[in-house]
Design a protein around this ligand. Structure first.
Ligand SMILES: Cc1cc2nc3c(=O)[nH]c(=O)nc-3n(C[C@H](O)[C@H](O)[C@H](O)COP(=O)(O)OP(=O)(O)OC[C@H]3O[C@@H](n4cnc5c(N)ncnc54)[C@H](O)[C@@H]3O)c2cc1C
Length: 435
């Protein structure tokens, strides 16, 4: 028989999802334990944030710390096509269509080691019990109900931490889903990415300094990212189908370079760039779970679901799922209906992430069509707003779904017409005509 729980909530992982939940619980006077395996600061992928995060940062009093840290202000996103002339691009500036009530129009490009450390420290300062070097080895169950976690501490000894609710925020480790055997890989997206930090990348055109750029590579489901961070450094990466790397027989340097060469702007900006960090490889995404809640437990952030990160959705998913999980946990205690509160959490966050997933899927189906919609007066605002995040809010979700439906219809029409120049490869030069 387990003893009285020492904590209200035990959180596995102190990344953005775990730290945000820890902060919200502490602000509400709850006893939250954030158990983090690493010692922060530690490197992490995912440097471009959506404006939606500002609302959560503001709610937990974190926005002033983002400003003090001096992170690069991200005022919008742009993208280039492989064969367009150098720096001919499409762009969406957030301030053109700010979300109603937005606390500010810009977002940030962050060094994740610094950002994650600041957010975790913020949770601690608000009163959450943050333990680093604490690796969760097992979620403990009594019958069907999660009652706590077994943790290995840095000295090597193990301890049981008992809590009323256990939340998995372990990121793409998916700790609890793996323990329960409920993680499902997405058969349609088997990508991998290779990236690093560079100096000497040529600057963006004036007026677009903090913009995040995506460089398309003329390959299915492949793209390059170009994120200016502090001190003249840029995070540059490529995402492609995993099979492309396996087949290429190239080294990491050669493979990265071969993809850079596929886009004129990407090639031009990288001409004098010097890599200042080792290559970082990420693979094995995307996935979802059979379920993300149960008796006494929930999953948040990457631990509950991961979609291709082209639209910088990761931290939006992390902070919003933390916020909805907080609401669900508190409601379950006040109303005594845990199953109903957790089911509502599951529905809300999954419906939101479905929108991120469909937007990505639609984009990959036909990049030219997506670009067309972004230029069309009727859809420009809808697309700009969708890319700002928070698809969990019903009005944002409905707005995004409307434009996605029109895109699907337009895609069907394009594909039904064999002469339509928007069809994939329609403008490719036939192999026999190439020099
Ligand atoms: C190639 C790529 C590019 C991306 N680009 C972007 C981007 O530009 N913008 C964006 O918003 N998102 C991006 N993402 C996604 C983003 O990195 C994640 O969505 C985000 O970090 C999720 O936060 P999290 O807190 O859920 O998980 P994490 O940030 O991964 O944090 C999980 C924490 O749990 C800890 N942990 C794991 N196992 C245990 C354990 N057993 N015990 C204790 N602690 C444990 C880990 O040490 C880690 O600190 C990208 C992802 C990839 C793969």
């Amino acid at each position: 028989m387990a003893g009285r729980p020492e904590f209200d909530v035990a959180i596995i992982g102190g990344g953005p999802a775990g730290a945000t939940l820890g902060a919200l619980l502490a602000m509400d006077g709850r006893r939250a334990a954030v158990l983090e395996r690493d010692i922060h600061p530690r490197d992490h992928v995912g440097e471009s944030l959506t404006p939606s995060n500002n609302a959560i940062f503001s709610r937990i009093g974190f926005l002033p710390k983002m400003e003090q840290a001096g992170f690069v202000h991200k005022e919008g996103v742009g993208w280039t096509a492989p064969r367009s002339p150098v720096w001919k691009f499409l762009a969406i500036r957030t301030s053109d269509f700010p979300a109603p009530g937005a606390v500010q129009t810009y977002s940030y490009n962050v060094e994740r080691d610094e950002f994650d450390l600041l957010l975790l420290r913020h949770a601690h300062e608000l009163g959450a019990k943050v333990v680093q070097g604490a690796t969760v080895k097992r979620v403990l169950f009594e019958g069907e109900r999660a009652i706590g976690v077994r943790v290995e501490l840095s000295g090597g000894w193990e301890e049981d931490v008992l809590a009323r609710v256990v939340v998995d925020a372990s990121g793409r480790r998916c700790f609890l889903a793996n323990q329960l055997g409920i993680r499902r890989k997405d058969p349609d997206f088997n990508q991998f990415s290779i990236f690093s930090w560079f100096r000497g990348v040529k600057p963006h055109p004036p007026g677009y300094e903090g913009f995040v750029f995506f460089h398309f590579l003329g390959l299915e489901r492949a793209w390059g990212w170009h994120i200016p961070i502090k001190n003249g450094v840029c995070s540059m990466g490529v995402v492609t189908d995993k099979a492309n790397f396996g087949k290429s027989g190239k080294t990491h340097d050669e493979f990265f370079e071969s993809l850079v060469q596929r886009n004129r702007t990407f090639r031009a900006v990288m001409e004098d760039a010097v890599r200042i960090k080792p290559w970082w490889i990420e693979g094995d995404y995307s996935y979802q779970m059979d379920t993300i809640v149960g008796d006494g437990w929930l999953m948040i952030g990457d631990a509950f679901r991961f979609v291709d990160p082209i639209f910088s959705s990761g931290i939006d998913v992390a902070t919003y799922s933390a916020s909805y999980a907080f609401d669900a946990i508190v409601k379950s205690w006040s109303e005594g209906e845990e199953a109903a509160a957790f089911a509502e959490y599951e529905r809300t966050v999954n419906e939101g992430v479905d929108v991120w997933y469909e937007t990505t899927d639609q984009f990959y189906r036909l990049q030219q069509l997506f670009s067309r919609f972004s230029l069309d007066r009727r859809y420009k605002e809808d697309i700009a707003r969708a890319l700002q995040g928070n698809p969990y809010k019903p009005e944002n979700r409905d707005r995004a779904r409307r434009v996605l439906k029109d895109m699907r219809d337009a895609y069907r029409d394009v594909m039904a017409d064999p002469h339509n120049l928007l069809r994939p490869g329609a403008l490719d030069v036939p192999a026999e005509a190439q020099a």
